[in-house]
Design a protein around this ligand. Sequence first.
Ligand code: MEV
Length: 403
Amino acid sequence: MKFYQLKPEARRKLLQDEGIALEQIDDAVLKRLDELSENVIGQLRLPLGIVQNLEVNGQKYLVPMAVEEPSVVAAANHGANIFAKNGGVIAQSKRQGIYGQIVLQVNNSFSLQQLEQKFPELIKLANQKFDSLVRHGGGTKEITAVQKENLLYLKVLVDPAEAMGANKTNSILEFLAAKLENYAGIEQKLFAILSNYPSQLTTAKVKIDPKTIGGIQIAQRIALLGQIGIDDPYRAVTNNKGIMNGADAALLATGNDYRAIEAATAVLASQDGQYRSLSKWTMSDGYLLGELTLPMAIGVVGGSIKARRDVQQSFAILGQKITSKTLAEIIVSVALANNLAALLAISTVGIQAGHMKLQARNIAAALTNDEKEQKQLLKAMINEKNYSESHAKELLKKIREEN
Ligand code: MEV
């Protein structure tokens, strides 16, 4: 039997026989995970943190974040609290659909004009075939085409309703490609697959009174840092990493495909040929204005979302009735909160003060399981403002001698 055909227990045994120590796992959990993925032998767990006070379009949300970096959750909360003092975030996701691509080889008898006349009929056929998507409020919306020599590039816009829509879009594209192969002048299909090109664009905006972030000078410094992020790729990529800290953690917690969003985001950041910051921070009439647009091809159903209890827990935290439009708006707002908190930290005290305090908890937990010792060690590290592991080991030695 091939490895993938084995039961997960048998796969685990093979690894253990090689001398690899595996974590204990509950049989029922292992069985469930095996249904979700491939070659499963265990699980990787991430802490689930909460953004407590995120206000988006007049509504307050608790937002789950799955991430191992404590400062990411702390930053999101810090940013969200500042937003709450400033009337919250105004966000909008238009959910216009996601793109699919069909590329075909054509010969000299092919006429693009003639094929274009067939597009309405093809859309109708696709919507008849995939009528359940239409019943859920989505469907195939538009087909456009560009010919480059003997290659025909078709772009198909699909509204996936409340899902991310990757699987459904791929099925629609393969259905359309099979129909197209019978048209005059079309030699063969090269491929038919969804495109992760930025779509479902979602924008979050905030207007910050400088008084709520320590004054006008700090607000101006943030605007200047924002401009540096637009002008300088070295800063832009770090700024965008801070943005994706928030986005990815919320995407992961809600069972969404963060790889797709990351890939699309890179395109959005380099639209004019230079990689730039995804967010804009400017001063206007004495206020600091922040704005962020991200591609949010996400869903609240589909994929493994309904099958995963951990993800369902996240939806319960958000409020069960959440739509994909609202979720997109929440995720971009969290990302903007992370961005503001990072800019605020680096334009004032620097990032390490907060980071290292939070990181110290991890170091203390790694060095001792005893809660009392952990507390004492953490206190000593903070007092001495030294967060290196070697120093922590020395401190722990002293604590143990004193105890
Ligand atoms: C660290 O995870 C993220 C930051 O570097 C982002 C930034 O510099 O804007 C703090």
